[in-house]
Design a protein. Structure first.
Length: 130
C-alpha cells in the first residue's frame, strides 16, 4: 500500500513541477517568459487553466503527504525509557592497571601477572619533566 502511494506521490511531484514551469512569469525579472504570441489558448485562459491545475496538484500532493505520514506511523510501537528493567548506570571506577605484557597480551588471553598494589600518594602530584 505504501509503495503505491509513494509512486502516486512522485508522479504528482513531477506533474506539479511541470505545471509550475509552464506558467508565465509575471515579474519578468530575467526578461524571459514574456508575452510570446501563439499557443493553444489565449494567455488569460492558459493562466486560468494552469492556476487551477497547480491548485489541484498541490492539494493532491498535500493529501498524499498526509497519507504517507499516517502509513509510516502505523507500524511504530510506543516505547518507554522507564521499561527495560535495567539498573541505573554506575559511575566508572578507576581503570585497572595493565599487565606487564600490555593490553595486547590481555586481549589475547595470556595469563596476567597479579597487579602490584600502587603506593598511596603522600600529597598532590605535580608532573615533572625528564
Amino acid at each position: 500500500m505504501q509503495h503505491v502511494v509513494i509512486v502516486i506521490h512522485l508522479m504528482l511531484v513531477l506533474a506539479l513541477i511541470g505545471v509550475v514551469l509552464l506558467q508565465k512569469s509575471e515579474g519578468g525579472g530575467l526578461g524571459i517568459g514574456g508575452s510570446g504570441g501563439g499557443g493553444f489558448m489565449s494567455s488569460r485562459g492558459t493562466a486560468n487553466l494552469l492556476t487551477r491545475a497547480t491548485a489541484v496538484l498541490a492539494g493532491l500532493f498535500f493529501v498524499t503527504s498526509l497519507i504517507l505520514s499516517i502509513l509510516a506511523g502505523l507500524n511504530r510501537k510506543p516505547t518507554s525509557i522507564l521499561q527495560g528493567g535495567q539498573s541505573a548506570p554506575t559511575a566508572p571506577g578507576p581503570a585497572a592497571p595493565l599487565s606487564p605484557g600490555g593490553l595486547l597480551k590481555d586481549l589475547q588471553g595470556a595469563p596476567a601477572a597479579p597487579p602490584a598494589a600502587p603506593a598511596a600518594p603522600s600529597g598532590p602530584q605535580v608532573p615533572q619533566s625528564k
